[in-house]
Design a protein around this ligand. Sequence first.
Ligand code: C5P
Length: 313
Amino acid sequence: MLCQRRTQVVLALCLLLLLWQSFRAPPDGPGGPFRLVLRARCPGTNSSAWFSARYDPAVEPLLLGRAPELPAEVVQWWLRLQGPSRGVQLQPIIQQLFSVFPAPTGSAWDPSGCRTCAVVGNSGQLQGSGHGPRIDAHDWVLRMNRAKVTGFELDVGRRTTHHFMYPESAVNLAPGTHLVLVPFKPLGLQWVASAFSTGELTRTYMRVKRFVRADRDKVLILSPAFLKYIHDSWTQRHGRYPSTGFTALLFALHTCQRVSVFGFGADSEGNWHHYWEKNRWPGAFRRTRVHDAEVEFSLIERLAAEGRILFYK
Ligand code: C5P
């Protein structure tokens, strides 16, 4: 009898421990898988005509290594993004890529739970915001380019699960973080393969990192088709192509059930400044019209107004 009671108490304790783990642990940390099973479903949001006209859940954000996976019109648009790239053979480049990295399985996007994601842009608006703990409370924390954490934890948090970059903005990552390559050109694909193997590529239009310290099995490559979808359906061909930050936001919209957005927006003079520095020429980049900062910002505001994202200013 006593033995039976003891077993019941132990079982109850185990169950409590499991429940506690499931609500406490980040998904990539210990106890994460339990969390996926037990997490509550998100309440749905009704689609407006505006949102439905832009959002296409069928568009795959990642390159999956299946040949041939890019339609001709995507390849044509993409090859012209950063100047002419005559004679480029894309298929061998993609093949080489997936000889260096494992092809993704797609299982990361489990749609049945309620994954919360914080997309953290690099805007100077984050200075003194105190958003750090709120950012860290999300399942996924997405950062980009030369984003810094050390010394800025109170305002920007300390966790990163996904770091979006391209060759010219590459940084080393902590173990366990996904490196998400945003390929604005074929050389971007060649660079990431080289940076995790031979290190032969050291220049694009400028010197780039020869090697990147990051987990090879965590590397994800965005699909050029996803970039074209954002350019056509969301920014509607304003600017030449979407910014890294807006691309990360759209990635979150496609893979997370709840999206919070931090660190987007220019300063009071319209300059694209950073929270970790006094960049002297923050407006210069905007004048090139590569990205349309105003259009991207107005889309973020509209997504917030429609309840699709939480936008922290
Ligand atoms: O400057 P950088 O491109 O590294 O910033 C990352 C992203 O953060 C940008 O692509 C942009 O979407 C966003 N950003 C912003 N306002 C700023 C600075 C950056 O919206 N002042």
